[in-house]
Design a protein around this ligand. Structure first.
Ligand code: ADP
Ligand code: ZN
Length: 529
């Protein structure tokens, strides 16, 4: 593209003539103007917000080729094809090409015949590529999925850290970093690692008002999922997230047996199968994709009507990003999740047993705590979510009216006595038994193990017999979430009291909990721990 006066008018003209959109969305116009004029930018915009145009248009408006660093090699071909379709001169450089193909692109770059080139970070960092960039006219560097620079995030890519070289070697060329993950810590990490201290920050609202958030108590997860799909999404496209590959496959099979067209997707499947399933999901109208978190980054399907979680995500960032794939067309969509005691136990164990250092574990554990507090909150879920992302405007001061808490407010109750009973029961069995046994003791059940350990002689035996097993599980889960109880994975998930339990036991601290409500249409209750 030839150099034009960098004015908004020109950007708008290109938006309309090339992309066929009538107007800019949100902060797009401001961002584009800033970058066209040579400024650095950090753009935090939710998935589907329209980040791509923020670097595509400036790259077209400025002289030289725009270099887009992206970890999503699998999507580069599609992105380039889509741009070619509307007449933008784009290409990519990555490991899927032959040497000859790459040479041809490099030549075009040198001759200024391209507007945009997508490059994988490991490719960009090669000596060869950096030298190429020295001799090419470059309009800008766009660093997409910039949160990959964060060591604590689940998308960490070590090569991203080395991208600071761009600033060092090409100080005069504007850089625009973009991400949909925007908690304060990640933002700070992006700025410092990529040396974006002088970049202007553009933080969009993270509110997705058309998504209805709902988090239900897990009883028989799969059956609840099926009930939800049959009742609310009989013919819709959607995504179901599971933690493990095995569970992905089992769930997909279960749904298929019950008349739902479901396809599995996880990193353990052959590439050809993954590609085929993804293509069907994108092309057909009512496919349910059952997937691990390997599925989704960069997927642009506007009419995903629901995102369901059968397992607890590891962090609010993950939850937000995954649920954000629903309703990108602006139509009503559901973010539905079932979670239970086992999720808490399992996630804590995964953190505990990982090879990571103590620092990392502490961070992961903190992120899990935040996720749990979203699950257990008795406040509007959306307000909770948005305040977590540091958003502080009207949307965080009023209830949304479109989440389960707003629509069907849960009752809170003073759980001080129940918690004391639970804590004493744990203490009386010497902190050596797991949830099932402790709850049996509380409920005064008769079991071989109770006989064997003579736990029917304990003062706590049967003191909680008026509550169901499910109720006790909900109380225990919240006691773990609130930090009064911990689970010792090294000794068969034995429950232990924490430091903070003492104040509750002594009656110095009261405890508020969410009132247990029976899951609707719950099938057989399964033993969780
Ligand atoms: P992100 O990268 O933030 O997830 P994209 O850049 O992929 O989002 O944009 C999401 C969708 O919105 C795309 O289909 C894109 O073409 C569309 N879009 C972006 N900006 C506009 C706009 N100003 N007007 C209409 N549609 C837009
Ligand atoms: Zn709400």
């Amino acid at each position: 593209m030839t150099q034009a006066a960098p004015s908004q008018q020109t950007a708008l003209a290109l938006l309309q003539s090339v992309f066929g959109y009538p107007a800019f969305r949100g902060a797009q116009a401001e961002i584009i103007d800033h970058v066209v004029n040579g400024g650095d930018a950090l753009v935090l915009m939710p998935t589907g917000g329209g980040k791509s145009l923020c670097y595509q248009l400036p790259a077209m408006l400025r002289q030289g080729v725009g270099i887009v660093v992206s970890p999503l090699i699998a999507l580069m071909q599609d992105q380039v094809d889509a741009l070619a379709e509307v007449g933008v001169r784009a290409a990519f450089l990555n490991s899927t090409q032959t040497f000859q193909q790459a040479l041809a692109i490099e030549q075009k770059m040198r001759q200024g015949e391209l507007d945009l080139v997508y490059v994988a970070p490991e490719r960009l960092l090669t000596q060869r590529c950096l030298e190429l960039l020295e001799i090419c006219p470059i309009s800008l560097f766009a660093i997409d999925e910039a949160h990959c620079v964060s060591q604590w995030g689940h998308d960490f890519r070590p090569e991203y850290i080395k991208l600071s070289v761009l600033h060092e070697r090409f100080p005069a060329i504007p850089r625009i970093a973009l991400t949909a993950t925007a908690d304060q810590a990640t933002r700070a990490e992006i700025i410092s690692r990529l040396q974006l201290e002088n970049a202007l920050q553009f933080v969009s609202s993270f509110d997705r008002p058309n998504i209805r958030y709902r988090i239900v108590e897990k009883a028989s997860g799969r059956q609840q999922l099926l009930d939800f799909l049959q009742a609310e999404h009989p013919q819709d496209a959607g995504i179901v997230y599971c933690l493990s590959r095995k569970k992905v496959e089992e769930t997909a099979e279960f749904l298929n047996q019950h008349g739902v067209t479901a396809l599995p997707y996880h990193a353990g499947l052959e590439l050809a199968v993954r590609t085929k399933n993804q293509a069907r999901f994108l092309r057909e109208d009512s496919i349910v994709m059952v997937a691990t978190i390997a599925f989704g980054m960069g997927i642009d399907k506007p009419d995903v009507r629901f995102v369901a979680h059968l397992d607890l995500p590891k962090s609010i960032e993950g939850y937000y990003q995954e649920t954000g794939r629903a309703g990108r067309d602006g139509g009503p969509a559901n973010a539905w999740m079932a979670y239970g005691l086992q999720d808490v136990v399992q996630q804590r164990r995964m953190i505990e047993e990982s090879e990571a250092d103590e620092n990392y574990k502490r961070l992961q554990s903190g992120k899990l705590d935040s996720m749990l507090s979203l699950c257990e909150t008795i406040r509007c879920r959306r307000r909770h979510l948005l305040s977590y992302f540091g958003q502080n405007d009207a949307s965080t001061h009023t209830n949304c009216g479109n989440c389960d808490v707003c629509l069907n407010p849960p009752k809170a109750f003073d759980a001080s006595v129940a918690t004391q009973q639970l804590l004493s029961a744990i203490y009386r069995v010497d902190q050596r038994f797991a949830a099932g046994h402790v709850i049996d003791v509380l409920r005064g059940m008769d079991s071989e193990r109770i006989q064997q350990w003579r736990h029917d002689k304990l003062s706590t035996y049967g003191i909680g017999s008026e509550r169901s097993e499910a109720e006790w599980r909900a109380i225990l889960r919240q006691a773990i979430a609130q930090g009064y109880v911990s689970v010792d994975y090294e000794s068969y998930n034995a429950l232990k009291l924490t430091e903070t339990a003492r104040a509750v036991l002594k009656g110095e601290q009261s405890v508020q909990m969410r009132q247990y409500e029976k899951p609707q249409k719950a099938a057989k209750q399964k033993r969780a721990v």
